[in-house]
Design a protein around this ligand. Structure first.
Ligand SMILES: [Zn+2]
Length: 325
């Protein structure tokens, strides 16, 4: 199927050995285990003449995709469901959700708690607080065609899986707020998933539909207080990264907006992404892989030592926590 080696390694059981190959029951257990972790139909792995099939196929939703793209999308959704199931088995059921919560309501709650702005840290605390796990996937079913983010629903519970890498928090805060929008606006039915492919990916042709626009507006309102990008009073003639950083920091303090988010708004409204990205170096102390911070919180929140050991091993690999903790 062209699956990534990293994905196969992540789902391959540690108990498997060359000797196990001679045992029919061990081979069957291997196939069931791999099917569960990749979201494959186990029957399709038991018959050697059958093609492996993903459990979660929503052809109707992606009519514009080619057959190959549909299999990839089904694979990402199926893998997302498998990760969500493993997380679900590791933690106690949620108390709440974001369904029906207005963006300005959530923003008011966060600011009333004393935060200077709504940034990535505030969103992560809110999601975990209402029972929505957020993790950054370090393993994907395929080597390319990465997703930016996805939301999986298992029964009434939502799980946000991030995929896009970044060195500064603001872009990831936007993707997370966008997924929170999909949940709050009830875009995902129970036991369904919604995948947002990376915008740089040609598969992402679905962006621009009503639900995507609504989730974007929700994200902007949550992060900035308004549903349209904030236009900074920076002199458009100067456009230096240093000036943009200074303006974003001072305007951010005044408007309760994370300065990196204001720099993204500048990039969006002017198209000058070079200056916007360069300003990030001055807005934040130093570039750091954002996924590490996201998964450090996830590992704190997930009692992996209490989880069934195969689920804990799987989650550690998927979260990129193979050493230490
Ligand atoms: Zn979306």
């Amino acid at each position: 199927m062209g699956l990534a080696n990293a994905a196969i390694d992540a789902v391959w059981p540690t108990w498997w050995s060359a000797g196990a190959d001679s045992s029919a029951s061990a081979r069957a257990e291997l196939r069931f285990g791999i099917a569960r972790r990749l979201g494959l139909d186990p029957n399709s792995l038991l018959d050697d003449h059958d093609e492996p099939r993903f459990l979660w196929r929503e052809e109707a939703r992606y009519k514009h995709l080619t057959a190959e793209d549909q299999i990839e999308r089904a694979g990402i959704e199926s893998f997302g469901h498998a990760v969500a199931s493993a997380i679900s088995g590791a933690i106690t059921p949620a108390m709440g959700d974001l369904n029906g919560r207005a963006a300005d309501d959530l923003r008011s709650v966060i600011l009333a708690n004393g935060s200077p702005f709504v940034g990535l840290g505030e969103l992560l605390a809110l999601c975990w607080g209402v029972g929505i796990p957020v993790v950054h996937l370090r393993v994907f079913p395929w080597p390319q065609k990465r997703m930016a983010a996805m939301t999986v629903r298992l029964a009434q519970r939502s799980f946000i899986l991030l995929g896009k890498d970044a060195s500064y928090p603001a872009p990831i805060a936007f993707y997370l707020a966008h997924e929170m929008g999909h949940i709050a606006l009830a875009h995902i039915e129970a036991d369904q998933a919604l995948v947002d492919m990376d915008a740089g990916d040609p598969v992402a042709t679905a962006s621009g539909d009503d639900e995507e626009l609504a989730a974007d507006a929700y994200a902007l309102e949550l992060l900035t207080g308004r549903a349209q990008p904030v236009v900074l009073p920076a002199d458009p003639a100067t456009k230096s990264a240093g000036e943009l950083a200074r303006t974003a920091i001072s305007a951010g303090a005044e408007l309760n907006i994370e300065p990196g988010t204001l720099a993204l708004c500048f990039g969006y409204s002017t198209g000058d992404w070079r200056t916007a990205n360069a300003s990030m170096k001055m807005i934040y102390d130093a570039p750091r892989p954002v996924w590490e911070a996201v998964n450090a919180i996830a590992v704190q929140q997930l009692p992996l030592s209490d989880a069934p050991s195969d689920a804990a091993d799987f989650l550690k690999i998927v979260l990129g926590r193979t050493t230490g903790d």
